[in-house]
Design a protein around this ligand. Structure first.
Ligand code: DGL
Length: 275
């Protein structure tokens, strides 16, 4: 049997740390390796092909570290690359390993939060254009109407540490106004990008009263716990020493400075050169 190894958690940049934080709070016993591809972020406006190639390259790196299980804590990568990796690449490169995303666990539960049957999805251009959310939500909640709004400036605001600055207000207000114009009955807003929880304070300022704001961290953590409980062999292949390792493809100094805000703890990252 293969040696037990950490669970891999991947994002284009910092956003996945908001998911990792919740996963660790739910499942602190496991070891985790986080990789942020900050040097090539944001992924949101990139083509399907580019996101697929970047994501596959990072997944392969996790496998080279010995990881058996990798979570794509990025909606854009989950929307544009996950299916191809699961169906075409895994059987060829690593049939015993698994890669899971964040879209499926979210769509399985999102409908339970809405009474008006109208849900608003805020995401990157890539995630919106993939139509993954309307398609997947329809499988579990066919009665729910899904309205999407791409917020292409939100990830750059977060990646550039401007999420609490005054400039963020303009774009948050603009995109929220646009989605409620599509349907004022929306009573649930899903933050379908793992970077967006950092803008939560700003979003709440412009959110109509009574609308529920949902981010994915807890949902994904819950779903991972359930997955590990149902897959004993995979569970056994995940090492359990409570250790965390952080890698970035860009400057470690920048990553460590910004990552603390996302993760809530001091981080000391290592550099990974993928070029
Ligand atoms: N955190 C990624 C997501 O959930 C951000 C994508 C990007 O890099 O644009 O979609």
């Amino acid at each position: 049997m293969q040696k037990a190894a950490p669970i891999g958690v991947f994002d284009s940049g910092y956003g996945g740390l908001t998911v990792l934080k919740e996963i660790i709070s739910k499942l602190p016993q496991y070891d985790y390796i986080y990789l942020g591809d900050n040097a090539r972020a944001p992924y949101g406006n990139r083509s399907f092909d580019t996101v697929y190639h970047y994501t596959l390259q990072c997944v392969q790196w996790f496998f080279d570290q010995g990881c058996s299980l990798v979570i794509l804590a990025c909606n854009t990568a989950s929307a544009k690359a996950l299916r191809t990796i699961q169906q075409n690449d895994l059987p060829r490169i690593a049939p015993d390993k698994r890669v899971l995303g964040v879209i499926r666990p979210t769509t399985e539960v999102i409908g339970n939060h809405s009474e008006s049957q109208s849900v608003g999805v805020l995401a990157t251009n890539g995630t919106v254009l993939s139509n993954s959310y309307p398609i997947e939500i329809a499988k579990f909640f066919p009665e729910i109407v899904v309205h999407q709004e791409a917020c292409p400036m939100w990830v750059p605001l977060v990646e550039n540490n401007e999420y609490s600055g005054h400039g963020a207000n303009f774009f948050v207000k603009k995109n929220l106004t646009a989605i409620f114009k599509k349907d004022p009955k929306i009573d649930v807003i899903l933050l379908a990008c793992t970077h967006y929880p950092l803008l939560r304070g700003k979003i709440e300022e412009y959110l109509p009263v009574g609308v529920k704001l949902i981010s994915q961290g807890e949902i994904v953590a819950e779903s991972l716990a359930d997955y590990l409980a149902r897959h004993a062999e995979m569970e056994a292949s995940c090492s359990k020493n409570g250790k965390r390792f952080f890698y970035t493809t860009d400057s470690t100094e920048d990553f460590d400075n910004h990552a603390t805000t996302f993760f809530g703890e001091t981080i000391q990252s290592r550099h990974l050169d993928l070029s």
